[in-house]
Design a protein around this ligand. Structure first.
Ligand code: ATP
Ligand code: MG
Length: 245
């Protein structure tokens, strides 16, 4: 399918672009998702397309927060499904935590396509949005959740979240671990832990961190969370972008 030779200097970035386009073609990703991805590409370019120490620190804090959770849930949208369906499925199995489909632009077909794609990757439990359970403080389609999933979660992993729902979840007392290349977005600011990195690079790092920390005593998770300073992390990410180096 790919015409991009591995020697191409923009190989990794172009492969991700292909994955997003394939997501649209398969009915998983929305057209708007292409634009969101483009914004991500631009920011990734500016941070040097690499996982920085501020991202690694957030990965480890996020892993600890998910492990410590009583009821963690993994929220999946069309871009995340196109880029890292296998990784999200593996994370669900490791924690363990259910995956829940949650998209901004309403489409039953796309919700079903995302769920089918996750199941094809081996996901056992994929929860769907319902009319019965709704989040407060939010009006978009993302308010519709599953009563056994996000509705009763204490920690939600929401890569590529939109700012409105991140704020709504926080107001409801739910902790949010997000991945967002924009340290200035409302999502990154309102999250409990923000991994400022490309989701495609962060996902394997998060899996590795969860697999490692899982072996450690729960008290050490607490320490790891306490040593994460959200504002400092966001400032470090912004400084990297502004340095232009
Ligand atoms: P907010 O609503 O949080 O203020 P926004 O409106 O700028 O943010 P959206 O358009 O809702 O953001 O979503 C796109 C966000 O996702 C952007 O911040 C973009 O940088 C980020 N993003 C896109 N693709 C990726 C990716 N592969 N990895 C990490 N972040 C990404
Ligand atoms: Mg937004």
């Amino acid at each position: 399918m790919s015409e991009v030779p591995p020697s191409h200097p923009r190989y990794a970035s172009l492969k991700l672009r292909e994955a997003i386009v394939a997501g649209v073609e398969q009915g998983i990703t929305s057209l708007h998702g292409l634009i969101a991805h483009g914004r991500g590409e631009a920011l990734d370019y500016l941070i040097g397309e690499t996982s920085h120490p501020f991202a690694i620190a957030a990965v480890r804090a996020g892993a600890a927060m998910l492990l410590r959770a009583r009821h963690p849930v993994i929220s999946v949208n069309g871009n995340a499904a196109a880029l890292v369906a296998g990784g999200l499925t593996a994370l669900g199995r490791l924690l363990p935590a259910p995956l829940e489909v949650n998209i901004f632009h309403p489409s039953k077909e796309r919700e079903e396509a995302i769920a089918a794609h996750l199941r094809a990757q081996g996901a056992e439990e994929v929860l769907m949005p319902t009319q019965e359970a709704q989040l407060s403080y939010i009006e978009s389609n993302r308010r519709f959740v599953h009563p056994e999933g996000i509705f009763k979660a204490d920690v939600v992993f929401v890569p590529l979240e939109d700012g409105d729902r991140c704020q709504a979840l926080q107001r409801m007392g739910v902790e949010v671990v997000t991945v967002d290349l924009n340290p200035l977005s409302r999502t990154a600011r309102a999250a409990s832990v923000a991994i400022v990195d490309n989701l495609a690079r962060a996902m394997p790092l998060l899996l590795q961190a969860v697999a490692q920390l899982r072996q450690d005593p729960p008290a050490s998770w607490q320490e790891r969370i306490a040593s994460y300073h959200h504002d400092t992390i966001l400032r470090a990410a912004e400084a990297r972008i502004r340095s232009g180096a």
